[in-house]
Design a protein around this ligand. Sequence first.
Ligand SMILES: C[S@@+](CC[C@H](N)C(=O)[O-])C[C@H]1O[C@@H](n2cnc3c(N)ncnc32)[C@H](O)[C@@H]1O
Length: 403
Amino acid sequence: MSKKNDDFFVEKKPWSEVKDQLLGCYLKPYVAKILCTRKPLVYVDCFAGKGKFDDGKQGSPLIALEIMQECLASSTIKGVQINSAFIDLNYANDLRTNLKDYPNISIISGAYEDKIDELLQNKADCNVFLYIDPYGIKALDCSKFDEFANGRFHSIELLINMNSFGFIREGCRVMGKQFKMDDDDTFFDELVEYEPTRLDASDKSVVALNHIAGGDYWKSIIEQYINGKINGYEAEEYLSEQYCQRLGQTFKYVLNMPIRIRPGQHTKYRMIHATNHPDGCVLMADNISKRWELMKQIQTGGQMSFFQETVDNQIINEAEIKTNVMKHFSHYDSWTALNETLAGFFVNYGVVCRSGEIAKVLKALEKDGRLEVRRNPRLTEKGKPSTFMAEGHGKTVSVKWVK
Ligand SMILES: C[S@@+](CC[C@H](N)C(=O)[O-])C[C@H]1O[C@@H](n2cnc3c(N)ncnc32)[C@H](O)[C@@H]1O
């Protein structure tokens, strides 16, 4: 169902809640960590909206600003600059009204595609975080993301809302077929899209989709779908997987969280996180895991689920996690920072559990003599050998597989 732009802000929908919590709950530890680098943070909400929904709920700009203010107030590190900018094509005036309590922010009226380069000029050596939450897919130019990754920034992270089904539907249209969910005629009615991207069957549209996907790999997925070799849900899964791999050519760690509101229901869209920093990836993986709990509560109307499930609604199989942890860590035959190994695990296997669960398996492997572990500090305050299996707060851990 295509809806008018304005309707989006009438009332904050549950999937917007999950999306904003994913952002907000990540920003807290992210900003705390970034302040420790003592380099300026440049935060850009590239499709900022109004700042506030008409029902009074906070939109992404207010959520981020409140968190950044809290982090600055509570940090012992003083004097680090945070520059935040909010771009919107339609709602700059609303942003000015709704964000008026926050001085020293930039509100930019216009299109992200036209404004972002100028905004990031002279930001070399800064930590840059871009929140990219458009309605459709049109503005998601993959080569732009490559440019960001190869930029001169001290660090760069993206959190992207990717309407993967919207892409599949347009892919079908461009290849002269109509996309229809095999078992659900009302699928696109439920998807509730605002300003969906519409393309026609032309070479120009193929080029447009190539730009968005960062290649033409999407064509063979659409062909398989059209030829009945895969269903629509599989097409969405393959597309998301390959899109993340494509982003992975320029960002070292790419994770995604499917957003779906009812159990058994299929993905509405994907939130994709791209970073070159392992700490960011591990933070986001734990955040995705926690947000997943919230999404599950929304899905089940607050009822507790008997089984533990992954973000893909798969039942968590502890034995499988253990097998995969062993498979993954057996590749580290030289000393490697724990967060680097964990980030690699999440990229390869998806967010199948929290990092704490992997740490438990690693401790057992250490006990069995399969994994060597170096900790700093080596001893506790009481002079006993340290046993922690997590990095941060002045603690570091390196691991090495014992052959
Ligand atoms: C999904 S909404 C953003 C919601 C916001 N993240 C929040 O949580 O409140 C997308 C926004 O992008 C804006 N928009 C549409 N095209 C744009 C473009 N090319 N550049 C910047 N903003 C755009 C729309 O006006 C709309 O407010």
